[in-house]
Design a protein around this ligand. Structure first.
Ligand code: MIC
Ligand code: SF4
Length: 652
């Protein structure tokens, strides 16, 4: 039997391990990306390794999340990232160059290569045949230093696409259909590899929309082959020389197969407040909407915005709706302006906002209480928009535009009644890659004398001491299933200013669930968090481990842990504990006092006994740890581990 594309690329980059699903492997990383929320910590970790220059092929830092610069701290972060990047050999994409994933795709991505990004939507570039994985900033810093990335060898799921999308049905609906079937927990330790005759009906940008949002399945990554359609995209980018073919063997073997007939996919919408609460748009239609957004790394491309402009041309946004778009790339926006599409949008009353993450990360356009917002973006975790009890729906750009015209959730196919034709998914004619905001690193000789500018907000991350042999503390918070890192370490403009300042940002841990959490955790000298399934899903932000660690949190007990958050907990020395018997969750209450003895032996065994002193019971938990992770945990985290070994340079 032949080899699938995922295994081919992993094999070519394999540093250690056995490529059997479930086993730990490590791989060489060719390209690294960070952004302005995760980048400051990643850069600080990199500096702590004592290296002068990055050792990967390409490293880029994108100023895309914190662009509004609502506080002076935001710009301080950017100045640090720009000067450090120049010195250490890292490209810097200035604010409003666009959203990092799209800029990386257009400017740097190369089929067959590996990329590690300090952002969960790094699988974006999987759409052109890369193995692109999201990780915490600490793991990305290691890759910047030339160290390997350690991961669980995923099961490779073959999604066989057949048929072709019907008018008004889109790539976004394909990924929503997968979320409907598999849920936000369905992709853990899996790679979704797309093949089948249907892939030839999708252009590269449509494929990217699918791999980008594969993140919401909890997947390690998603990938399409690099074929003639990919080549055509690279030709239009003016980068045909970077294109190479990357295909699975004809008789490739997979661990699982899913069939998806795209002809049967209809316009879908995810209801508040999870990306897998998917229903046909028809079932949700008629609900009054106050706000509509198209953008983010998932739906902000030329292809999406051109479709919206074609729908809006000659029409008006409903009088009671605010409709804004965040383009994903400055160069796409420029082309759309040259071709007249931006004028069509403006004439229709669409607010063409800056090319950034913007409202996707709760930076601006916060909805009013009691209103509905329909967004062509990728995630709608409760409170992420900046409003605690928000009602955010996720849909395609076409559904969003139809909704903006009618003022109620609308199946875009209904627009045919008004004589509006279904737009086809167009690639840009030619995207000029001369992005004025993309700043290359300084050459080594110049870099050697450069000084990194560090404002007062750039505070090195606290480092935890070695793991103690016994631990005790109260359950500081008990939460439900599917708690996202947006719940643990909220985003939104006011808080984002403190991403480089852990003492300050730790004041906001669990802020929307319990505004007193941080004070209580400190007053009690730390403790434990108890959660349900898929604890820590969503973003890669290591702040969701680092800030609780700063508050004295010693570990998390959950029914299951999301992939990136699990790694982040270990990197910062927190115990990632999973109930052996999930029902034990019911026997713990918030406030209970827990104690664990023989912690170090338990870490070695991968199993601990937790005493509930309040209830007088004991609970068994497992720790899924590799030998390397056991050592990291015992040392108190990755930085302490590296220091304890007394070595400079990236950890192995
Ligand atoms: C997100 O979409 O949640 C973010 C903001 O891009 C995060 C990164 C972060 O929180 O810094 C992600 O996806 O990893
Ligand atoms: Fe930015 Fe939203 Fe994409 Fe995250 S999901 S990178 S916040 S656009």
């Amino acid at each position: 039997m032949g080899t699938n594309l995922t295994r081919k690329i992993l094999q070519e980059h394999l540093v250690s391990g056995d490529m059997t699903p479930g086993e730990t492997i490590s791989i060489r990383i060719d390209q690294v990306l960070v952004q302005d929320l995760t980048g400051t910590q990643a850069f600080l970790h990199f500096e702590a390794m004592g290296l002068e220059r990055v050792r990967c092929e390409v490293a880029v830092c994108f100023a895309d999340h914190n662009v509004l610069q609502v506080k002076p701290e935001n710009m301080e972060d950017h100045i640090y990232l720009m000067t450090a990047g120049k010195k250490y050999g890292i490209w810097f994409a200035k604010p409003a160059s666009g959203i990092g994933h799209q800029i990386h795709l257009e400017h740097f991505a190369v089929p067959g290569k590996t990329a590690l990004g300090a952002d969960s939507h790094t699988p974006h570039c999987g759409g052109i045949g890369m193995i692109a994985i999201g990780a915490g900033g600490m793991d990305v810093a290691v890759a910047m230093g030339g160290g390997p990335y350690h991961l669980v060898m995923p099961r490779v799921v073959n999604v066989q696409l057949t048929g072709a999308l019907q008018p008004w049905c889109t790539a976004k609906d394909v990924i929503l259909e997968l979320l409907r079937r598999l849920t936000v927990r369905g992709g853990k330790e899996k790679v979704f590899e797309f093949t089948g005759p249907g892939i030839h009906t999708l252009n590269a940008q449509q494929r990217v929309t699918i791999t980008n949002m594969g993140t919401e399945l909890g997947a390690t990554t998603s990938i399409f082959p690099s074929d003639d359609a990919t080549r055509e995209y690279f030709r239009r980018l003016g980068r045909e020389e970077d294109w190479r073919e990357a295909l699975p063997d004809d008789d490739a073997e997979y661990d699982e197969v899913i069939d998806l007939d795209m002809s049967a996919v209809e316009p879908l919408i995810a209801e508040p407040s999870l990306p897998d609460k998917v229903v046909p748009v028809r079932e949700a239609s008629g609900r009054k909407v106050h706000q509509v957004m198209v953008g983010s790394c998932t739906n902000g491309s030329y292809t999406d915005l051109q479709a919206v402009a074609k729908i809006m041309k000659g029409r008006r946004v409903h009088p009671e709706v605010s409709f804004f778009i965040h383009p994903a790339s400055l160069m796409d926006l420029k082309l759309l302006a040259e071709e007249g599409y931006v004028a069509d949008l403006i004439s229709a009353g669409v607010n063409v906002a800056e090319a950034t993450c913007g409202a996707c990360i709760g930076s601006g356009h916060v909805p009013a209480p009691g209103t509905v917002s329909v967004r062509a973006i990728n995630r709608n975790f409760q409170g992420r928009s900046g409003l605690k009890d928000d009602a955010v729906y996720l849909a395609s750009s076409e559904t969003a535009a139809a909704t903006a015209i009618r003022g109620v959730i609308t199946d875009p196919r209904d627009l045919e009644e008004e004589g509006i034709e279904a737009p086809t998914a167009e690639l840009p004619a030619r995207i000029n890659q001369d992005n004025p905001n993309l700043i290359p690193p300084a050459p080594p000789e110049e870099a050697a004398t450069m000084v990194v500018e560090r404002g007062e907000n750039i505070v090195p991350a606290p480092v935890k001491g070695a793991l103690e042999p016994s631990l005790s503390g109260n359950v500081l918070l008990k939460v439900d299933d599917d708690i996202s890192t947006d719940h643990i370490m909220p985003a939104s403009a006011d808080i984002l200013a403190y991403r480089s300042n852990i003492p300050k940002i730790s004041e906001f841990v669990f802020h929307r669930l319990d505004p007193t959490f941080s004070e209580q955790a400190k007053a009690k000298g730390g403790g434990f968090i108890v959660g349900g399934l898929n604890y820590g899903q969503g973003s890669s932000r290591e702040h969701a481990a680092l800030a609780p660690m700063f508050l004295g949190v010693k570990g998390v007990l959950a029914k299951s842990l999301a992939r990136i958050h699990h790694a982040n907990l270990i990197n910062f020395g927190l115990l990632p504990m999973v109930f052996v018997s999930p029902d034990d969750l019911d026997a713990i209450e918030q406030g209970d006092e827990l104690a664990i003895d023989d912690v170090l032996e338990g870490v070695d065994r991968g199993r601990l006994t937790v005493q509930n002193r309040t209830k007088g019971t004991t609970i068994e938990v497992t720790l899924e740890l590799t030998e390397r992770q056991k050592e990291i945990l015992k040392a108190g985290g990755l930085l302490s581990h590296t220091r304890a070994r007394g070595s400079d340079g990236p950890p192995d």
